[in-house]
Design a protein around this ligand. Structure first.
Ligand code: PMP
Length: 421
């Protein structure tokens, strides 16, 4: 088998359900650069899907993991606890944009954070209903996929879905859905499908990630908070993709005047190590009984050590400010490109969570094929780009916030070439 090329071995050894975007194989990463088996170099604007706000193999994160490696790698926190987990919870409690006493629990993946946020909300409220949004992405487990507001490919052939989950249309200018439309749908939902007194939580991404980098309008967040307060519903902000500096703030909820009751986090918290978390109002977090939350690897010591270093790096290298600066540079360049690339239908985002939507200029229809072609051209020139959006017609940019200025400028030049072509 070793004599076959890696792509052939991959298709023989692993299922097609794990769809793989690139046909090259990583061997090394450093900050915003990735090298493949042939020695080709890529500027990484995918960041392992929003995990690498602090870049590949940041020396301080490596050192923190190495130091922990010399002590112990696993005890199962629920069996034998360790201080690093507690101090990380204390740090998250002190920075999360929720007023009053807070508590934090750690898990391993983003979807586990989402699942646990819903478990906590159900346990605290004694209710079962959960409301999510179209175009949302909350993960690939049974509950995560049921909450996710996109059928293909996430829900195809996997039913039945867990019950008592409802979707509201997410506001979108390009899809002609207003905030008023979303709120009207919520009214209809309460009339047609579920008594608000049976709803445990509304879950929303402050900026939809996989759904197309759609920024939640502040007036929607404010209105949801009001509805939640009126009916005793909890507001869950899914910050798995938006967290840890990406939007120019530590948490994207800091852009809003209202607060969530619970926030989920993962991805860039670990700087490449698998760790996720749920922070929330202390009394809410204490809803589930002892033993109701956890997991064998939840809050793994190596990942906890990495997360501490990530928080240090974001603070010391001022990565929130850097996200705002880089995001503005990218947005300005994309707006300039509108003159030569009529397919650009929208440039949007928050901080460094920036995306460009491409439509057919003649029909106005979403142009996923153009996005794919641009990704391929960019890759040939050494720039790794990700797509997103319900129609697959959005390019998103998830570069490390630690990327050097000259490399960022080179990436924008490649982007200009491929968009203008
Ligand atoms: N929520 C959001 C907002 C996400 O973007 C993702 C991952 N793209 C998830 C949940 C699921 O995270 P994971 O893949 O780590 O389970």
């Amino acid at each position: 088998m070793k004599s076959l090329d890696l792509n052939t071995r991959r298709s023989l050894a692993t299922p097609r359900g794990i769809g793989v975007m690139c046909d090259f194989y990583a061997v090394r990463g450093s900050n915003a650069t990735l090298w493949d088996t042939t020695g080709k170099e890529y500027i990484d604007f995918a960041g392992g899907i929003a995990v690498l706000n602090t870049g590949h193999c940041h020396p301080r994160i490596k050192a923190a993991i190495a130091a922990q490696l010399d002590c112990f790698t696993h005890t199962a926190y629920q069996i034998v606890p360790y201080e690093g987990y507690i101090s990380l919870a204390e740090r998250i409690n002190s920075i999360a944009p929720i007023t009053g006493l807070k508590k934090t629990a750690f898990f391993t993946t983003g979807v586990e954070a989402v699942e646990n946020a819903v478990k906590i909300a159900r346990s605290y409220t004694g209710r079962s209903g959960v409301i999510a949004f179209t175009g949302s992405f909350h993960g690939r487990t049974m509950l995560g996929m049921a909450l996710t507001g996109k059928v293909a490919p996430y829900k195809l052939s996997f039913g039945p879905m867990p019950g008592d989950i409802y979707h509201l249309p997410f506001p979108s200018a390009t899809q002609d859905v207003s905030v008023a439309d979303s709120l009207k749908a919520l009214d209809f939902l309460f009339k047609a499908d579920i008594d608000p007194k049976r709803v445990a939580a509304i879950i929303i991404e402050p900026v939809q990630g996989e759904g197309g980098f759609n920024v939640t309008p502040p007036e929607l967040m404010t209105a949801l908070r009001k509805v939640c307060d009126e009916h005793g519903i909890l507001l869950i902000a899914d910050e798995v993709q938006t967290g840890f500096g990406r939007t120019g703030k530590m948490f994207a909820m800091e852009h809003h005047t209202v607060e969530a009751d619970i926030i989920t986090m993962a991805k860039s918290l670990g700087g490449g190590m698998p760790i996720s978390g749920v922070v929330g109002r202390a009394e809410v977090m204490d809803g589930p009984a002892a033993g109701g939350l956890g997991g064998t690897y939840a809050g793994n010591p190596l990942a906890v050590a990495a997360a501490h270093a990530v928080l240090d790096v974001i603070r010391d290298e001022k990565l929130c400010e850097r996200a705002t600066v880089l995001g503005q540079r990218l947005t300005d360049r994309l707006n300039t490109l509108r003159a030569t690339c009529p397919a650009i239908a929208d440039v949007r985002g928050l901080g460094s969570m920036v995306a460009v939507e491409l439509n057919d200029p003649d029909t106005g229809e979403p142009d996923a094929a153009k996005v794919k072609a641009i990704q391929e051209k960019a890759l040939a020139q050494g720039l790794l780009l990700l797509s997103c959006g319900v129609y697959g017609n959005v390019l998103r940019f998830l570069y490390p916030l630690t990327i050097p200025d000259d490399q960022f400028a080179s990436a924008l030049d490649i982007l200009s070439n491929v968009l203008a072509a």
